[in-house]
Design a protein around this ligand. Structure first.
Ligand code: TYD
Length: 203
């Protein structure tokens, strides 16, 4: 049986949150220990960095340094120890979000992001990435019905089009770990696809 590190990605409003919870339950029912966590966040330090990232004005390099600093702490304190004891780690966003948001959305240098990725992760990559993909116009409608927007959620459609392209580029570069989920489908159909894809891969 497969176990390891699963990440969830997609533009804001793609509807991934409820499925992460459902997948955690699905795995626990099958006897797995599950660590359910998120980025930026997952440790006391990383959650403080998250607050700064979401609410304080800053440039794209500062954003990138903060998300990778948070990621470093998260990996060392929680993700690596959980994987070492055989748990399955479900993480709401990871480095693909940095390439999509800071790289795609903000237009920041992908080579610099690649260097930070190497330093911080020391080769660690997700085993599987569920990419919740949908058109930015649909995501914007869903966000409008939700809570007050943070620095990213209040960006325009052009920004989210670039973020989506950023995800698409990462998926093309690592097709073995990416599963594209059609997030425009009704919630039950999205869940059915997730369950099918995991079963097919022996999770
Ligand atoms: P998320 O947890 O999905 O937001 P919410 O709690 O509203 O569901 O993500 C927080 C925001 O952080 C999201 O807009 C994307 C952004 N982000 C980056 O810009 N770079 C990153 O590396 C990560 C992990 C997130």
């Amino acid at each position: 049986m497969n176990h390891g590190f699963i990440t969830f990605e997609g533009i804001d409003g793609a509807g991934k949150s409820s499925h992460i919870e459902a997948l955690a339950q699905w795995l626990r029912v099958r006897g797995r220990e599950v660590l359910l966590t998120r980025e930026p966040g997952g440790t006391a330090l990383a959650e403080r960095l998250r607050e700064l990232l979401l609410h304080e004005p800053m440039d794209a390099l500062t954003e990138s340094l903060l998300v990778f600093a948070a990621r470093r702490d998260h990996l060392r304190q929680r993700i690596e120890p959980a994987l070492a004891r055989g748990a399955t780690v479900l993480c709401d966003r990871f480095t693909d979000a940095t390439f999509a948001y800071q790289g795609g959305g903000r237009g920041f240098d992908l080579a610099v992001l690649g260097q930070l990725e190497g330093w911080v992760q020391q080769g660690r990559q997700p085993d599987l990435t569920l990419w919740f993909d949908l058109p930015p116009t649909v995501a914007a409608r869903r966000r409008a019905a939700a809570r007050a927007a943070d620095r990213f959620e209040s960006e325009d459609e052009i920004f989210f089009t670039r973020v989506r392209e950023g995800y698409a580029a990462r998926a093309t570069a690592a097709p073995e770990r990416f599963i594209r989920i059609d997030a425009e489908q009704p919630r039950e159909a999205v869940w059915a696809q997730i369950e099918r894809e995991l079963q097919e891969r022996g999770w």
